[in-house]
Design a protein around this ligand. Sequence first.
Ligand code: AHR
Length: 537
Amino acid sequence: MERRTLLKGALTLGASLAFARKSLPASAADSRIEVLLDEPLGTISPAVYGHFTEMLGAVVYDGIWVGENSKIPNTGGIRKAVIEKLRQIKAPMVRWPGGCFADSYDWADGIGAAAKRPERGAFWRGEPNSFGTPEFMRFCQLTGAEPYLAANVRSLSALAFDRWIEYCNAPADKSSLGRMRADDGFRDPFNVKYWGVGNEAWGCGGNFTPAEYSEEFRRFTAWTPSYQGPLKFVAVGPGSEDLDWTEQFCLATFSGKRAIHPKNVYGWSIHHYTWDLARGKTHDWDAAKGDALQFDIQDWYEVFREGGKVEKIMLSNWEVLGQYDPDHNIKLVVDEYGSWYKPGTESDPSHALEQQITLRDALLTAQTLDIFNRHADKMGIGACAQLMNCLNSLFLSREEKFIVTPNFFVFDMYQSHQGATSVRTEFSAPQVSYQRDNRPATFWGLNGSASLKDKILTLTVVNPHTTEHREAEIMVRGGSFSSAEVTALTNSDIHAHNTFDHPEAVSATSQKVSMSGSPLRYTFAPASVTKLSLSLA
Ligand code: AHR
């Protein structure tokens, strides 16, 4: 597909922002966005903006971890560029070590002197174990992210889980494992609070039935050692839309004479990948996948249609959980999401599951984060799968080469939602109409989310239309604004992506604008993600 000229948006953006004190005539705008400041939906947990790093392909080795003796700039073996970029986007949390890998991993292999650590033929690839718990914790400390560890339920015991907690959280002078951590360079406990109890227990995590997994969950979480306070356990939720898993797990765990209280469960893990682009012709795992770079307009919309299903999955799980946990102690943890295309765009054959990331994936990521924001009351954690050199990545690297993908800009733009109060926002816009296998299909015309923090209103908006601008009247009920900053991520080519040769083909552009009054008017570019930051007067 031939690349067309990049639309560097600063001037275009400035020119398209206009404000009016009175309501505009109906003909002037085709869309409306109404932000209702007095209708809070809940605080957006910063952890919703988290990431996932599995010991898979080149996520860790050649990605995050380059080793202390590498010529690639690093801090204690961790690639400096990743540290800097994660700090820039205020990455709040990172999940590790898997994924499917977690249920084949013995954490004890990854501690102690590097030279003495065993090499294993693990789940995805040979595992040298040079990156283990101490290195992951160093990575978290350097980036400012909270660790979220996934325990091995399939092939290790509950005792091994207790011991991992002990290694991480016991005071150095009170346990041999605490002393081993101190020998590994960390006298102070890591104080890891978030623990996933397995991963995809219905599949690679053990092929359990929901009732069997309930037993494992009860056993693994009962009487775990507690040092700095209660731990936050995440239970494995269903594979995509399998609500029966949720119902059966809840029944076995939270009902009857031996029920455990839902407040002992912090979160309910949901994974939803956007992989099935076959429009119903097949649901075969390989055949239904699309291509990361070669796609037509149907495939463009299909990604948003499939990706948007996460909202339905979240709501249906929330409803079932609510039957057993009416106070909603248990939060939703969407700890794997993103696009998943067929192989072929990886930069090196050893980079398993790596794919290129285009503007399409950036819109999908923005759409997902907006969904999370709109359900701030339900969401505990989000983790984009996966951070680098993998599926819906923010970074691509190969040896010393390192670039950011369009997804990075989405996380950069959306960071101001972290910890803010989500407020109800109504969007109305002409629907997108297109041909879906020669049948007319429609799709929403504009969508997004808004939040308020420190007198700054952040409004993020996705315009999925491939060619049409959307001219919107934006009403902010309950507040007036004195200035605005607009950041937009778009391109005249829907296939646009960054490469090692053209690392800045896609990037976000920002512009400060002075303004007053309401409504304001803004023209959203086709195929764009936009953030308006409005300062409350
Ligand atoms: O992210 C790749 C894999 O997808 C993970 O290991 C697993 O949890 C999921 O099926």
